[in-house]
Design a protein around this ligand. Sequence first.
Ligand code: BDR
Ligand code: CA
Length: 310
Amino acid sequence: MARKIIIDTDPGQDDAVAILLALASDELEILGITAVAGNVPLDLTSKNARIVCELAGRSDVKVFAGCDRPMGRDLVTAEHVHGKTGLDGIELPDPVMQMADGHGVDFIIDTLRAQPAGSVTLCPLGPLTNIGTAFQRAPDIVGKVQGIVLMGGAYFEVGNITPAAEFNIYVDPEAADIVFKSGVPLVVMPLDVTHKALTTRERVERFRKINRVGEAVASWTEFFERFDKEKYGSEGAPLHDPTVIAYLLKPELFSGRHINVEIETQSPLTRGMTVADWWRVTGRAPNAMFIGDLDADGFFGLLADRIARL
Ligand code: BDR
Ligand code: CA
């Protein structure tokens, strides 16, 4: 039986590739996609999620608009990385499919209440506002979540939006704090692992040759690459968010440590830092599988293989 998932996302080129990977994989049943404000404002992330579904020929997937700002702060966006649409790199048609009725947070709450306990995995790829809000508003659903596999945080690699913090956690640290304290089993893909999922010329050209979806993936990653090349001097761009879906499909590609991770919410200097007890120097109880490494060739092989199915 396919694993039931909800993808919570702020597309974003790398979010788009993650959504495509999930759509291409029949091991996964996407109950719905909830958009959140993050890389770009909500009107664009909710539009982009539908553009991606239509690119994959899947206008049947329900896309909900969720929260348009963090739980207690102003929104910070990342057009400097993703471009002004959030999906810069290739012109794609505006979506024909409509938004699903209702708020994304209500969809998360209602779905978890309706499904058997322990049967739904949440896959957040952006700021954790929708999930944090759902947990705060409906604490009864927390115990019903099978697990959360999310992209966010950093330890050895520290920050990409400030010296201390990774973007998704920085944007809504209060929501992240709720999620990390929730007791739900967490798998966390921090920058430490996503910076090893780097596109190279060869990998991008491989995508481009597959089909028209692969062409879009190649164009998106090329756009997105310029930022990381300039900033880190790296060969290509990190495909952050697809690591979440790849973990669901092939966890054996990844390794990490089950450790305690807490979120800094108070300090202006280190807002959104994931304080990860990698060396287990505190007695704090582990709450997250914090991933540190992946088999990059295996990861890109999986992506290419699945994109070819679209
Ligand atoms: C995360 O922030 C966004 O820019 C990406 O989509 C990814 O989810 C990386 O820090
Ligand atoms: Ca994202």
